[in-house]
Design a binder for this molecule. Structure first.
Ligand code: ZN
Length: 119
């Protein structure tokens, strides 16, 4: 675990955040630079660099947390959501502590993510 890792500090509650949902091994909180209203990050409480580093045994708990957060987003008016995971710097990962983006989507609302890919 890195002393300087901002997500480790958040997991240890050394930085005050709004906890959206929490399980034994994961915590969900608002993205500081949201792509849409309600954009949430889910992080493991232990330091893992990316999905390759994340133990598969935590997979079902992570999926459960994803569903819980998505249910909250849908209750708050989202009609869909994107799950985005950037693994590695070249894929756009900025904080090297594994995190899953849940980006709620609403009809007519612009978000900085767009599918299908326009290239
Ligand atoms: Zn960390």
């Amino acid at each position: 675990m890195s002393e300087e890792c901002i997500f480790c500090k958040i997991a240890r509650k050394e930085i005050e955040i709004e906890v959206i949902f929490e399980s034994d091994n994961f915590v969900a909180f608002p993205d500081a630079n949201p792509c849409s209203k309600g954009h949430t990050l889910i992080i493991p409480k232990k330091h893992f660099v990316n999905y390759l580093d994340l133990p598969a045994v935590l997979g079902s708990e992570l999926l459960d947390v994803i569903k819980k957060v998505a249910e909250i987003q849908l209750r708050e008016g989202a009609e869909g959501f994107n799950i985005i995971v950037n693994n590695g710097k070249e894929a756009g990962q900025v904080v090297m502590h594994s995190h899953t983006h849940l980006i709620p989507r609403r009809k007519g609302e612009k978000a900085r993510v767009s599918f299908p890919c326009a290239n």
